[in-house]
Design a protein around this ligand. Sequence first.
Ligand code: DC
Length: 212
Amino acid sequence: MIIAVDGPTASGKGTIAKRLAVHFGVPHLDTGLLYRAVGRQVAINEGDPDNESDALAACAFSDDLLDDDILRSEEVGGLASRVSVHPAVREALFRRQRAFAEQPGGAVLDGRDIGTVIAPDADVKLFITASVHERARRRWLEMTASGFGREIEIPLDEIEKDIVARDARDIQRADAPLRAAPDALVIDTTAFDREQAFETVLEAVKEALQAG
Ligand code: DC
């Protein structure tokens, strides 16, 4: 059983995907983390994230990097969004994601193109979204809790601007842009707290699995 969870930045898709994986007893892959590792590796290499060869070279990051908390920072998120526009980078990361999706017993993957490119054969496809303002508010709370926001004191409106820029880049890129698959269940969590969002999604997934 493959569950694909796509959606824009800070939509809550990661938390939802993790909880779905626990609920169904299958492994979970946060595919954004792979792009974040590439973005971080470009910075370590002192390369240019907008240059396709520099970004491709950074795909040879060491798996230890995936455990580095710095990957969660806004700065690395921005680098990830920039390296992710290059087709060579997407191709380099494809096999790893596809192999994860195909493992026996199934998996939950979250990202931008899981339902459209990585696992178009997924049993359930979700597209989790929320308003820009609400996503900025959630990201700000998250950053404050993690310490990144506390130290840097990034104002909410700057986070909102950053989210708008990131959405635009993710939606407008030519290769595997962020969009809901035609058969995805689109769930807007703007008015929900974490618990309500998860319950709504879980019900929708159960219904889809029964119907499918
Ligand atoms: O979900 P996230 O914020 O960690 O993702 C960081 C960036 O990585 C995002 O702005 C676009 C890119 N990404 C992608 O292009 N495809 C994916 N499947 C996951 C992330």
